[in-house]
Design a protein around this ligand. Structure first.
Ligand code: FUB
Length: 462
């Protein structure tokens, strides 16, 4: 989290590298119901999405963020939406998703609703790549209407049998067929009853043991989990994985192992409460690292912290970096001595031509990219930009928003918001590993300029 600091602190701490991420990990949108998938050295984090003006649940699409280091997250925009399922209700109810991989295809399971009571169904869409686009696999629900049909989670066991669990206020399961879009046998209630089960199951296997983690003990929700020696139970309820917290009515686990570490994702309402004291369904995905006990059980974890998790490795700035790769973004209001925890100052949009880009940047606005390895040095910085306004200034600082300035350039009107062109500035003083802050400066009345991607050039060897 950005702290209040003045220039005295700037001198004292200018060499500090804060490679810690911040929780919540996405600040450009309200996100919930995290569903991480590890594929090819990358975490693909699928989320549901609370609209900016939501009071209760207002949810219309599912979004994807990726990271190789657990700290810098790249926005891939919406990978599916209610329009993917034209036979479903179109104005709301795009709830908790999960994507699993099988046979080089990626299957997205989602709860949505249809006309009439009960309204909840589970649908499946398929894609050739984890980034989508996901297409409706059936043209109708996979799991027919029932009041308990929310929050699907799918796991493919070592013997090839896939299981779909889901449900509120009790978990149900079916065995999926190999095609992943049909099932065999009856819908069955999992048991024996898990007394603290609420919703949001997350089903997986680790070291021969099966786990069913879930949002527990409504409301406030913590995270509970159960273990079993078999994929269909009987389930043994374990200690709470995370106790509920009054600051958050909801929670929703997604659990992975990645690069030798174990992580649990969930959500809190921190960004909502940065904007208003009123509780609204404007949630934000969080992450914590944890360690299993030797017997496979999980010690109770503290509530989501503000610091997030440690970065795994560094980011290479000499390759193209999407501008929507962000460890933290916030408006900087009232000058450097009055930086604040979080206020929105930019958006991301997706476009057929250039993909996702940073847009609608206003005022003084920062993007932190954590743990950037400038190696022996960088000589210049090039960004693809577009502006339909008077433009603004882009400054690059190391370590903090008010850390050493390594370069600055004015971005003028390029002829329109999609009139992209590369602009280059010389940089000095960037070598070794630093957090990089892209600082946008200009007025608040109109957007400054869009940025699609950036990269540094290596300094010539002397
Ligand atoms: O996001 C909508 C619903 O809220 C989810 O489906 C539940 O798990 C809870 O997080």
């Amino acid at each position: 989290m950005m702290r209040t600091h003045g220039f005295a602190c700037l001198v004292a701490f200018s060499l500090a590298v804060d490679a810690q991420a911040e929780n919540p990990i996405i600040q450009t949108r309200f996100t919930a119901d995290p569903a991480p998938l590890v594929h090819d050295g990358t975490v693909y984090l699928y989320t549901s999405h609370d609209e900016d003006d939501a009071r209760g649940f207002v949810m219309r699409d599912w979004r994807l963020y990726t990271s190789k280091d657990m700290v810098n997250w790249t926005d891939h925009g919406a990978v599916a939406s209610l329009a993917t399922f034209p036979w479903a209700r179109q104005d709301n109810d795009a709830w908790a998703p999960q994507v699993v991989e099988r046979g080089k295809k990626f299957y997205l399971y989602v709860p949505i609703s249809v006309e009439g009571w009960p309204k909840n169904v589970i649908a499946v869409a398929v894609a050739d790549k984890p980034e989508g686009p996901f297409k409706d696999a059936l043209g109708h629900p996979l799991i027919a209407k029932a009041s308990y049909n929310i929050d699907p989670t799918v796991f493919v066991d070592d013997d090839g049998q896939a299981y779909l669990y889901w449900g509120n206020p009790e978990p149900y399961y079916v065995k999926l067929n190999k095609d992943m879009i049909s099932y065999s046998g009856e819908v069955t209630k999992a048991g024996p009853k898990l007394t603290n089960y609420q919703e949001g199951p997350w089903f997986y296997k680790r070291k021969g043991k099966y786990y069913l983690a879930y949002a527990s003990t409504c409301c406030s929700e913590g995270i509970g989990y159960a273990m079993s020696d078999s994929p269909t139970g009987p389930w043994k309820q374990m200690n709470p994985l995370m106790e509920p917290n009054k600051a958050s009515s909801g929670n929703h686990p997604g659990i992975i192992d990645f690069k030798g570490n174990s992580y649990v994702f969930g959500f809190n309402y921190q960004l909502n409460f940065a904007e208003t004291p009123i509780h609204r369904e404007r949630r934000s995905v969080t992450v914590a690292k944890f360690d299993y006990n030797a017997d496979g059980s999980i010690p109770t974890q503290p509530w989501w912290n503000r610091e997030g998790v440690k970065q795994l490795g560094t980011l290479d700035p000499f390759k193209r970096v999407e501008a929507e790769t962000i460890a933290w973004t916030t408006a900087i209001q009232g000058g450097w001595d009055h930086t604040i925890d979080w206020a929105p100052c930019l958006k991301t949009e997706k476009d057929e031509k250039v993909g996702v880009y940073v847009t609608d940047v206003r005022g003084t606005c920062s993007i932190k990219v954590a743990g950037v390895d400038f190696a022996k040095g960088a000589s210049s910085f090039t960004a693809s930009v577009a502006s339909g306004s008077q433009g603004g200034t882009l400054e690059l600082h190391l370590d903090r928003a008010d850390g050493p300035l390594i370069g600055s350039m004015k971005i003028a009107n390029t002829g329109g918001w999609q009139a992209w062109r590369e602009e280059t500035m010389q940089v000095t003083g960037a070598s070794g590993v630093h957090d990089l802050f892209l600082i946008f400066k200009g007025g608040r009345d109109e957007p400054l300029f869009n940025v699609d991607y950036w990269r540094f050039a290596k300094a010539e060897k002397k």
